[in-house]
Design a protein around this ligand. Sequence first.
Ligand code: ADP
Ligand code: MG
Length: 239
Amino acid sequence: MMAAIELRDVRKSFQSLEVIRGISLTVGEGAFTVFVGPSGCGKSTLLRMIAGLEEIGSGEIRIDGRRCDHLLPAARGLAMVFQSYALYPHMSVGQNLRFGLENLKVPKAEIDARVARAADILEISHLMKRRPSQLSGGQSQRVAIGRAIVKEPKAFLFDEPLSNLDAELRVKMRGELVALHRRLGSTMVYVTHDQVEAMTMADQIVVLREGAVEQVGAPIDLYARPANQFVAGFLGAPQ
Ligand code: ADP
Ligand code: MG
C-alpha cells in the first residue's frame, strides 16, 4: 500500500505564464516528503497535478513506476486532504467517511471496519452523527484526514492542511500527523509555506521557488549545507 512518486520534467503554464518550470523529483516510498516554498511558487499546482486534479502541461508522473499522468484522479490510488477540509456539508461525519467507499462498491462490513479504525486512530468516534457545521476546525480536519485514511491510498497528499487552525492546535496536529505517518507507514506528500512545519515534520524536504526545485534533502542537510542563499535564507540557516 505504499508508492513512490516520480516526476520527470513536469511543466505547466496558465495562459502564457509558466508556473511549473521543469520539475523532476522522486518522492520516496513510505517517506514523509514536504514541498515547501513561498506563496505562489507552485506547490498547490504541483500537488494537484500529482492528484490528477490539474492536467500537466508536459512531462511525466509515475506512481510505483507506472505512468499515471493520463489517469483520472480516482484511478491513481491517492488521497488528498485540503486546507479547506472540503467535507460534504449535508452529510454527517459518519456519512462523510463512508461516502467515497460506497461509491467504490466496497462491501459494507469492510466499510464499517475501515471507518471504525480511522475514527479510532483520529479520536473522532464520538462525532459520527454530527454535521460539519457542528465541528471545530480541528475536528473538521480530523474528519478530512479520516476520509483519506479509509481509502487506504497508496499515498496521501496534503495541501496546507493545518493553515486554518489556531497556533496551538497546529502544533499539536503536526505531532499527530507525524505519529500517523509512523503508524500507517504510508507515503505522504505534504505541502506548506511554513518552514517550521517542513523542518520538524519531513523525512525529505523539496524546496521550491518560482516553479522550480532549489534543493532536495533531509532537514539537517538543508540546514547544514544549503545549496544557495535562497535556501539558506528561506529555511533560516545562518548565511
Ligand atoms: P502555491 O500553492 O505555492 O501558493 P499555486 O500553485 O497556487 O502556488 O500557484 C502558482 C502560480 O500559478 C501563481 O502565480 C498562481 O497565481 C498561478 N495559478 C494557479 N492556479 C491558476 C489558475 N487556475 N489560473 C491561472 N493562474 C493560476
Ligand atoms: Mg497553495
